[in-house]
Structures are given as structure tokens and as C-alpha cells.
Write a protein that binds this ligand. Structure first.
Ligand SMILES: *Cc1c(COP(=O)(O)O)cnc(C)c1O
Length: 426
């Protein structure tokens, strides 16, 4: 190739750089095709996808059952808005409500919208059911949370890059340390205007922080004691990612073949997105029982695309795949294997300090500072070696492959990762 002739990848990257806003810093790879656990770049090189679009593609790329449901619905009826009924929405609402064990579902499109919806429901409930004085409601959130990118959500983030110069910020949030029950109890006791506690069952973006055993259960009990809604953001952890249908599902381990999805820690409000559509279409949802959801009345909330027939068809197909292909069980088994294999490597490693996670939501910690570019360079090498992953926060690399992976594929990926890490050992 002559110096004036750019590769297809470089051409695509240049176009994005020139015409797209610079709100991301992607790994330099340009993908043009996906199937199952694999993606291909524009030059035809094949990779294992170890990010799964931040756990949106749990069911694997371009799953035929999901694609087919989308295609069939797209050529029949795509959008009515909620000004009229459509014949798919009710079916989907019934299907998903029963699937997750709630009375009702409110359909939205993106994760951030679903989080916003949950916050609005929680505030309404505070004023209309709990009796908190107007505009006084507080919602407890955790440090290092990630709940999306809207102005309200970034108002209670402590990621300065995500917040800087986007003020003024929305009021009404109290921030406590994650995985700290004393902090939760203290905040509940010292504020009578607390309406809700918004929490990620595992903090994904923060670096796959798994809280202590029993944290969620105890936190839920404290919320109940203080008449506060427990709001679980399972946008990343939900839909079988952590080896269970939901990460809040304390009971339904995957040794339990009858895993019904009826959770031991049942959130008052459950937020889902990402893999709810298998990555085929933006579909998010908020689920709650009637005493909470009924605070939403006509005109008080909505979305033009929320609950559209394509989204309904796609989500039902995507949830069918999770059950039919036993993805929770597979994520559980492969996750145990992945951490065991990585721990064998880490025992004699100086570059990799630890592996942590649940199911197939895992991360490794690289033995270098957060400011170093070691993790980024490892990801570039992983790419060269046929596996795509990305650092979260400098020295942490998240590993979240599609859940349709086989054991042999996983073992091949472990050797790619370990061989790549070897190149960085000092
Ligand atoms: C990705 C994510 C969101 C936001 O979802 P978007 O679809 O990007 O708006 C919210 N919460 C969690 C835990 C997430 O991982």
C-alpha cells in the first residue's frame, strides 16, 4: 500500500474524526460484521468480542431468532406512537412482567431513559404515597455509580470527565459509599425525606466491583425498614450476564435448572436495557408492582418510540433466547472456569494483579497506575491477537463476551489473553 493510500479502517476512522463529535475514544478497530461471539473488521480479520457492546449483545451478534423477529415486525408495523394502541405492546408487557415477576412494565428505549423513568416514579411515589413534602424528596445513590448520561444522571455521578461544565446540576440526591451498609443505615436514619436507594448490583463501569456477600439483601431490608424504594439498575448486570437472570436474584443460582427468575432480593423498581433486545434495537424498561407503578398517570411520562411494535417483538425474542439457550447457566459455568483459569495465570504474574466478577461479567486489574497506558496497550495487543476488550478506568480491563460462547471457545480466549499478558510481564 502506498503512503497516500489509506487502509479501509483508517478511512472509516478519519470520517468519524472529521464529521462526528468526539465524545468517545474507541479502540482503533473498524467492525463491519458480527455473528455469535465473533466480529469481523473491514479488512476481514476475525475477533472474539469480549465487550459485547457493554453487555448488550449477551445473546450473541445477529442472533437469527432476534433478527427474524425484528424483520418480520419491521415489515408489518414499526411505529404507532402511544397515541394509539398496537397489537404487540400488551403481549410484550405481559410476557416481560411475568418473566421478571412484576405487575407492570413501562417501556422506554435507552438505559438512561429507563433510569430517569425510575427516578420520576420514585419521586412521585414519595409525594403521593409516602407523604414527603413537595420538592423535598431525596434519593440515595452510590459513589462511582454509572447510570447514564443525561443531565440529571450526571448530576449524581462523581466522574469529573462526565460532569465538567454541564451544570447546574439536579438536586435531590445523597451519595454514599458503595458496599457500605453502615453508610446506608446512617443516611436513612438521619434523613426523613429519603424516597429511594438507586444501586447497581455490581458496579460495571466503575471496574466490575462485586459487593460483599449479603450486601444487596441487607440493603433491601434497611430500605424496607425505612419505607424507601430499592431501585436496582440492572441495565448491565441483568439478562443472564452474571450467571443469573438478574444479579439481584439471590435465590436462583444456575445449579437450579428451574431458575424462575423470581428473585430473593426483589427490587421495588427494576431497570433493564442493553441485552433486553440482544443488542438488536434500543429497548429499555422499568418494572414495578402496582402500588408503585400506579403513580404514573396519562400524560405524566412518555416516549414516542417507547413500546413500539419492533421493540416489543425484538425483546420477546431476545428473552426467549435467554431461556431456550440457558444463557444464565452457561454464563455461570463459563464464568467459574474463566476466573479459575485466570487465577492460575495470575499466581505467577507481575503484570496482572487479580480477576474479579460474577458469571461472564469480569475484570482484570493491571499492575500499573490508573494514568498509565499499559491497559490500553494490552487491549491493542489483544486486538492484534484476535480478541476485543477495552479498559475501564485506566488500569482495569473488563471481559464480557457474549453468553452464547462454548467452553472450547472460552479456553481459546483464555490462552489469547494469557499469551498477550505474557508479552507485558517484566
Ligand atoms: C449502560 C448503562 C446505563 C445507560 O444505558 P444507555 O443505554 O447507554 O443509556 C445505565 N446504567 C447502567 C448500569 C449501564 O451499564
Amino acid at each position: 500500500m502506498s503512503v497516500t493510500q489509506k487502509s479501509l479502517s483508517q478511512q472509516a476512522i478519519d470520517l468519524e474524526n472529521k464529521y462526528g463529535a468526539h465524545n468517545y475514544h474507541p479502540l482503533p478497530v473498524v467492525l463491519s460484521k458480527g455473528e455469535g461471539v465473533y466480529v469481523w473488521d473491514v479488512e476481514g480479520k476475525k475477533y472474539y468480542d469480549f465487550l459485547s457492546a457493554y453487555s448488550a449483545v449477551n445473546q450473541g451478534h445477529c442472533h437469527p431468532a432476534i433478527v427474524n423477529a425484528m424483520y418480520e415486525q419491521a415489515k408489518t408495523l414499526s411505529l404507532t406512537s402511544r397515541a394509539f394502541h398496537n397489537d404487540m405492546l400488551g403481549k410484550y408487557e405481559k410476557y416481560a412482567s411475568e418473566y421478571f415477576g412484576f405487575d407492570k412494565l413501562l417501556p422506554m428505549n435507552t438505559g438512561a431513559e429507563a433510569v430517569e423513568t425510575a427516578l420520576k416514579i420514585c419521586r412521585r411515589w414519595a409525594y403521593e404515597k409516602k407523604g414527603i413534602a413537595e420538592n423535598e424528596a431525596e434519593i440515595i445513590v452510590c459513589e462511582n455509580n454509572f447510570h447514564g448520561r443525561t443531565t440529571t444522571i450526571i448530576s449524581f455521578s462523581n466522574d469529573e470527565v462526565a460532569r465538567a461544565n454541564f451544570g447546574p446540576y439536579t438536586q435531590g440526591f445523597l451519595k454514599i459509599e458503595y458496599d457500605n451498609l453502615e453508610a446506608l443505615e446512617h443516611t436513612l436514619k438521619s434523613n426523613e425525606n429519603v424516597a429511594g436507594f438507586l444501586v447497581e448490583p455490581i458496579q460495571g463501569e466503575a471496574g466490575v466491583y462485586v459487593p460483599s456477600e449479603g450486601y444487596l439483601k441487607e440493603a433491601k431490608a434497611l430500605c424496607e425498614k425505612h419505607n424507601v424504594l430499592f431501585i436496582a439498575d440492572e441495565v448491565q448486570t441483568g439478562i443472564a450476564r452474571t450467571g443469573r437472570l438478574l444479579a439481584t436474584c439471590g435465590n436462583c443460582t444456575c445449579e437450579n435448572k428451574n431458575c424462575s427468575g423470581v428473585p430473593e432480593v426483589k427490587p421495588d423498581i427494576l431497570i433493564l436495557g442493553k441485552a433486553l433486545s440482544g443488542g438488536a434495537y434500543p429497548v429499555s424498561a422499568v418494572l414495578a408492582n402496582d402500588p408503585v407503578m400506579n403513580v404514573i398517570t396519562p400524560g405524566s411520562h412518555g416516549s414516542t418510540f417507547g413500546g413500539n411494535p419492533i421493540a416489543a417483538a425484538v425483546a420477546m425474542a431476545a428473552l426467549d433466547v435467554v431461556k431456550d439457550e440457558q444463557l444464565a447457566e452457561n454464563a455461570y459455568t463459563l464464568g467459574e472456569l474463566f476466573r479459575a483459569k485466570m487465577n492460575e495465570y495470575i499466581a505467577n504474574s507481575t503484570i496482572c494483579e487479580l480477576v474479579r466478577g460474577k458469571g461472564l461479567l469480569n475484570a482484570i486489574l493491571i499492575n500499573d497506575s490508573e494514568e498509565s497506558d499499559t491497559a490500553w496497550n494490552i487491549c491493542l495487543k489483544l486486538r492484534d491477537n484476535g480478541l476485543l476488550a477495552k479498559p475501564t478506568h485506566g488500569n482495569i480491563i473488563r471481559f464480557a463476551p457474549p453468553l452464547v460462547m462454548t467452553e472450547n471457545e472460552l479456553l481459546e480466549c483464555v490462552s489469547i489473553i494469557c499469551n498477550t499478558l505474557k508479552e507485558f510481564e517484566v
